[in-house]
Write a protein that binds this ligand. Structure first.
Ligand code: ZN
Length: 155
């Protein structure tokens, strides 16, 4: 990665960490779940409004480090308007990129969204931060599966 790109990515993470998008509860969500990353102390609640299998609205609240907040913010931005299958494909690729798994190509329609998540894939070099970057996604998955009273934990 070139230094310029690294700086650009850093700026995007800092911007979303300081000014998270879709940082609000949804009053009557169809789905919601909490996530907790005890390793870092990040806590997130993800709210969803599903219209059939399409994500009509998605938001989050919580307290966490810059990486977890930026990741939650970017996640809500890319997921809005997507189908659950598209969301799953985006998470699978993102997860593979940050954990060093096998990365599969996405349908062309999702490439732009995957690129927006690219700044966060730098956490791959910092295994302890991978959980910060994936926490909101795990909470999203848990919400889709029906949530539950207990937060999903990364540990
Ligand atoms: Zn964190």
């Amino acid at each position: 990665m070139t230094l310029d790109l690294r700086e650009l990515y850093q700026d995007i993470i800092l911007d979303h960490g300081r000014h998270p998008r879709n940082f609000r509860p949804i009053e009557h969500p169809t789905h919601t779940a909490k996530g907790h990353n005890p390793l870092c102390g990040d806590r997130v609640t993800v709210y969803l409004t599903l219209d059939g299998d399409r994500i009509a609205d998605v938001s989050f609240e919580g307290r966490g480090c810059a990486i977890s907040t930026a990741s939650s913010s970017l996640m809500t931005e890319v997921l809005k308007g997507k189908t659950l299958a598209e969301a799953e494909a985006l998470f699978a690729q993102f997860h593979a990129k940050v954990t060093g798994g096998e990365v599969h190509d996405l349908p062309e329609a999702l490439e732009e969204d995957a690129e927006r998540l690219e700044p966060l894939t730098g956490v791959k070099a910092y295994p302890a931060r991978v959980k910060c970057a994936t926490l909101a996604w795990h909470a999203f998955e848990a919400a889709v599966k029906g949530g539950g009273a207990e937060p999903v934990r990364t540990e």
